[in-house]
Design a protein around this ligand. Structure first.
Ligand SMILES: NC(=O)c1ccc[n+]([C@@H]2O[C@H](COP(=O)([O-])OP(=O)(O)OC[C@H]3O[C@@H](n4cnc5c(N)ncnc54)[C@H](OP(=O)(O)O)[C@@H]3O)[C@@H](O)[C@H]2O)c1
Length: 272
């Protein structure tokens, strides 16, 4: 990426965190350009990251090796159709928009090489995880560029089939909210058991962080880690049995199935 020039179309939350991550990895401000209709957004991103932020999308993509589409899915069709005449053949287009397929992007942009990504919100604190899918036109060098781009805000994992992005959306795209829900529920339960709310919240948050760190660092899987902390007839076993009696695993499967189904449905609607 030492010489790669990157243009961001849309300079909102996700683009700003990618720009911040790239700058922290040593990319020069002159290698990055962005565009956004909001004067305030343009001034903010310029002040925070030192990059040029233009009002015109077509100006921003001039000379870029990689064009990152970082607008809301609903704006994507109009944005793509407007920049189409300004794109150079073989200029890599990376889309981070949820639910916009490569086929729709190719319809709107022409035959550009495309990498479609599904990042998640922890990218905002550089702890994200993204699923990436590349169309056949994408070269090895361009795959590398897309991977390095998304790696600036977390880890990036390649997928062999575009359809798997619906599953990625269900697991990691929507995933942070499932953990927030569990944090809310555990905090509320702690309060019911007699803890002050602030204490219950701190205990829950540090437990979530500690468990995630342990699971990431461990050479055994989560099921084994759970078995190791679950003594027969102990307190953890009492809780786990209660979760399982309530159908916990089946409920998680159903919830993620609903998210994946909705992702596929939205892709169909947004691709019109
Ligand atoms: N945030 C996440 O965690 C997350 C996770 C996965 C995927 N994504 C995807 O990332 C994309 C961006 O999300 P975000 O959270 O960064 O949204 P955002 O903060 O709303 O950023 C989008 C930016 O694009 C600007 N914009 C609107 N129309 C434009 C146009 N025609 N040309 C150029 N810029 C335009 C918006 O300006 P205005 O506000 O003035 O309209 C806004 O500043 C979305 O497609 C979303 O699906 C986000």
């Amino acid at each position: 990426m030492s010489k790669t020039r990157i243009a961001f179309i849309g300079a909102g939350n996700m683009a700003a965190s990618l720009i911040g991550g790239l700058r922290a990895k040593g990319l020069d401000a002159a290698q990055i350009r962005a565009s956004d209709p909001g004067a305030e957004t343009r001034a903010k991103v310029n002040a925070e990251h030192g990059v040029e932020v233009l009002a015109d999308n077509s100006d921003a993509i001039k000379g870029a090796d990689v064009v990152v589409l970082a607008v809301k899915p609903q704006a994507m069709k109009a944005v793509c159709e407007a920049i189409r005449p300004s794109l150079k053949p073989n200029q890599l287009v990376v889309s981070i928009a949820a639910g916009i397929t490569c086929a729709s992007l190719n319809n709107w942009l022409g035959a550009q090489p495309i990498v479609r990504c599904m990042p998640n919100t922890p990218a905002l604190v550089r702890q994200g995880v993204s699923g990436l899918f590349a169309t056949a036109q994408v070269t090895t060098e361009q795959r590398q560029q897309a991977e390095e781009l998304l790696s600036a805000v977390g880890i990036a994992l390649w997928l062999n089939e575009e359809q798997q992005l619906d599953a990625v959306t269900a697991v990691s795209g929507s995933g942070p909210a499932y953990f927030f829900l569990l944090i809310e529920a555990m905090t509320a339960a702690g309060v019911k058991l007699g803890l002050p709310p602030e204490t219950a919240a701190q205990l829950t948050l540090q437990t979530a962080l500690g468990a995630a760190h342990m699971a990431v660092a461990s050479d055994v899987d989560a099921a084994e880690l759970r078995r190791r902390v679950t003594s027969p007839a102990g307190t953890t076993e009492a809780a786990i049995k209660s979760f399982q009696a309530g159908g916990f695993e089946a409920l998680v499967e159903k919830a993620l199935g609903a998210a994946a189904h909705r992702s596929a449905e939205m892709a169909e609607q947004l691709g019109q």
